[in-house]
Design a protein around this ligand. Sequence first.
Ligand code: AMP
Length: 496
Amino acid sequence: MCCLICSSGTTQGRPKFVPFNEELVQTTMEIFTTSYAFRNREFPIGNGKALQFIYSSKQFKTKGGLAAGTATTNVYRSEQFKKTMKAIQSQCCSPDEVIFGPDFRQSLYCHLLCGLICRDEIQFVFSPFAHSTVYAFRTFEQVWEELCDDIRTGVLSSRITVPSIRAALSKLLRPNPELADLIHDKCSGLNNWYGLIPELFPHAKYIYGIMTGSMLPYLEKLRHYAGVLPLLSADYGSSEGWIGANVNPRLPPEFTTFAVLPDIGYFEFIPLTERNKDQQQNKTAATYSYAESEPIGLTQVKIGEEYEIIVTNFAGLYRYRLGDVVKVMGFHNSTPELQFVCRRNLLLSINIDKNTEKDLQLAVEAGGKLLMKKTKVEVIDFTSHVDVSTDPGHYVIFWELSSEASDEVLNECCDCLDRSFVDAGYVSSRKVNAIGALELRVVRRGTFQKILDHYLGLGAAFSQFKTPRCVGQSNPKVLQILCNNVVNNYFSAAFS
Ligand code: AMP
């Protein structure tokens, strides 16, 4: 098999085609089995099934006649994948018709339904990126009564219209009023859905999926649904190839590291030095304006240093710059253990200011905490934009909220966001008004859903979706969706 795969591109708004072949399927299996071995030593699972929120996307032909699709789609389709999953006791509880269904919303409903039908067998809950697990249980909150009805009557909801999915589910679904009542009672007894996952799946041992990097903002909600269950962060890779396995599964996602598997690709590292660390301020919010030098090999990296990874893989990519910044935290035997730091691309910059995805994440975390403390309202999702149509230009942050909050609180949050960018270039520019007041724009419920739909319409896979954290003029459609859905906006106070 040789084909092209389309990277999600959702962090930067531009999907890329990269080569894919059988060897990359093999390396995928190698990393899955390696991390499973470490995971299973610490958190053994019994014979059973996994509730896996996995979805395939459409495959198509390029102009040159090659098959193209997303990485996850290619992997899920391979026989090797099924064999390996069986061997490592990760059999998905849903039939193939659900995984390969043409409409991810129908598939998601059926994943939930299949999970509930065999709730006693579920050993863990998985999605490739944590965002999809949170999305799945947010959906559950909306549809749980309908799911209970389906289980009670043994008749699948009319919302499922795909004939192949209906046929597959009809083989699994039988009237089971006791199960429906049990699930109904459990859901009714929960306080704001805290601990939903272990209530629904009493034998689940953990929640698994990528929870690092741009998935960190979803952790709080995931922990809420997980209750007492541990969160285990999955491996580090990309459409361009896998890089490292989580060999310390007990570490919480905030501290997860990835041991590079030295034989799944040829890895080089560009040493990066932070030029722009603001010593006066909170060290964690340092900005990443990097000076770089010549690449070095896998064995030459040093603990505590940050690097950009270069990948040469078995499908023909040669010295490909992945655009990710990683930090070496230690060694597992002789191979480095990496922590994912951020995407290298600068997100927000107007003049001398430079703020990355991570800086934005920290600012939104601070603003979101304030909002939660004052109102119990959550930030469901967020993104940003640099607006240079005003003079001076200014940062815009879009928030979708779980419910309404007062103007007074949102004004405070807006100030908090502004003060949380501690990059020296930003702070000094704000002081002299070379950058204008930060604008917080609150968007209607469902706006980020529309953004997701837009990407799915372009052929992206839900499994790999990552909310774009900065939307520029190069992405006019997404910017338009955001701007058309603004319900209120707030400006931060002047810097003193
Ligand atoms: P994709 O376009 O779907 O292939 O996305 C690949 C990108 O997702 C990588 O280059 C990383 O930026 C991000 N990514 C993948 N795995 C992880 C991980 N374990 N932690 C943080 N970010 C990750």
